[in-house]
Design a protein around this ligand. Sequence first.
Ligand code: URA
Length: 238
Amino acid sequence: MRLDKWLAHAGLGTRNDVKALIRQGRVRVNDTVIRQPDVHVNVDHDRVICDDEAVRAPTRLVLMMHKPVGVVSARKDTWNRTVIDCLPKPMQRRDLHIAGRLDKDASGLLILTTDTALVHDIIAPKKHVYKTYDVVVDGRLPSREVFSKPRELKDGKNRPYTPHPPRIVRWEESAARVAVREGKFHQVKRMFKAAGAEVIALKRVAIGNLELGDLPEGAVRELVSQDIEALLMSDKED
Ligand code: URA
């Protein structure tokens, strides 16, 4: 990892702030003063010191957020508030990836992490990690049978795919709780639309066995290893 990135991750300032620290000769790597911000340092073996104080090595960060409606699942956006803008400042400087975006008009559980392998494990359909959604439709729901009928849909690049049969957790007059294995563009809305119903509210309430619970809207919390186990809980039966 680049030296300036390491210092920024540790919360010593913005990328420009830490570059200045390095150029001022205040940073040592294994007892050698380094003045180039782009020098590569090894997170597992090197020791970084700034102003005679050890700078902790960056560790994996896994966050769950209750994404509010109106916020976009992107790192940067010219017009809208992003999920990164919702984080405390030191977390905003981490190299966070979004594991399964939510539409701007959807809310609920969103995972952000520095661990790209974890992102893959959450979103890859082969891993069988179900994403559970509360849905409200305009008018009445179709029957469960009509909704569950296998249908070809289009993904975000207009490529055809047929979703794995959804799990129906709850089915009421115009509200339902369903779980899907994939995480394709507008997937849940498109599954309901194909069955004749328009989704007017969508909230992700769980990923694997990790539930959104009572995390307030806009809030974020760091996950511990038991949470991550729950998150990756897959069902090998289907
Ligand atoms: N399916 C959708 O249609 N939208 C989302 O945000 C997530 C799943």
